[in-house]
Design a protein around this ligand. Structure first.
Ligand SMILES: C[S@@+](CC[C@H](N)C(=O)[O-])C[C@H]1O[C@@H](n2cnc3c(N)ncnc32)[C@H](O)[C@@H]1O
Length: 264
């Protein structure tokens, strides 16, 4: 992806990631932290202010599994360069990426950011923070397992095409959900996928899939023992990763994949 730079980890890190690092009440604590914050009024309608407050919680209180400001910069730049109309995010958590990328999408005149989140409590926290940031007219939070939500959105005729797919949920589901998007006809030439955490914790099966040739994918698709969506092996991908840091300062990378053609 031309023009994407490697950002250096220069700032303050989030608190270290504990053994139990989510769903222990910290997401509701974050809401109280923000709504008790001295700068609350300055956050209304200001996405960056809300992101700063979420980062402040992560740095001074407890670790949060957000993409963080370093890797978020690279994807924000991608949105500015590529002008997508529709972005789908798999895994929304408390809304850090939805606020950062929803604001960038709004900035380029895009239409809709769908954030698919399985946990209804996280989705509720995200909805409140998206609203605080003034992005409710752009960001739509969809509650449920991503594969069910994708199928439902297509069936309802709500979602017809994905310009940018951001994968940041359950690591083994990256490949199956991408194949589902292929099978549903949601992605085509020009679609871009940004997959987080391909170094930490890593996702070799996903990397193998998006870096395979059409010939390799066709051969695997004909394996008898393959379960789950078969995808569309005819899509030609150009894929590479860009390096970055977790908000805790640990090195990581995002795989950027572009659909560049269809092989007949
Ligand atoms: C790493 S967090 C997402 C962080 C978020 N993208 C950000 O950067 O602010 C992963 C999220 O994916 C959600 N998740 C896991 N499996 C999922 C699935 N199959 N469908 C939808 N959400 C899922 C989890 O509940 C969790 O909130």
């Amino acid at each position: 992806m031309s023009g994407l730079k490697k950002y250096s980890f220069t700032g303050e890190a989030y608190q270290p990631q504990e053994e139990l690092y989510f769903n222990d009440g910290r997401e509701i604590e974050l809401l109280h932290f923000i709504y008790d914050h001295a700068s609350l009024e300055e956050m209304r309608g200001k996405p960056q202010r809300v992101l700063d407050a979420i980062d402040e919680f992560g740095k001074t209180r407890k670790y949060l599994m957000n993409i963080g400001e370093y890797k978020a910069k690279a994807i924000t730049k991608l949105i500015k360069d590529e002008n997508p109309r529709v972005i789908v995010e798999l895994g929304g958590y408390v809304g850090y990426s939805a606020i950062a990328f929803g604001a960038a999408l709004k900035g380029v005149g895009g239409q809709r950011y769908y954030s698919l989140e399985m946990n209804p409590e996280f989705a509720a926290v995200m909805s409140v923070l998206v609203d605080l940031a003034g992005l409710s007219n752009v960001v739509k939070v969809i509650v449920g397992p991503s594969s069910n939500s994708l199928e439902r959105l297509v069936k309802e005729d709500t979602l017809k095409h994905i310009d940018l797919l951001f994968l940041d949920h359950y690591k083994p589901a990256y490949t199956t959900d991408l194949k589902l998007c292929e099978e549903l006809g949601l992605v085509s030439v020009g679609s871009i996928y940004a997959a987080d955490n391909v170094v930490k914790p890593g996702n070799p099966l996903y990397l193998e899939y998006v870096r395979s040739t059409v010939h390799e994918k066709r051969r695997k698709a004909s394996d008898y023992d393959q379960t789950g969506p078969k995808g569309n092996p005819n899509l030609i991908y150009d894929s590479h990763f860009i390096e970055g840091w977790e908000p805790s300062g640990v090195p990581d990378a995002i795989e950027i994949t572009r659909c560049v053609g269809v092989q007949t």
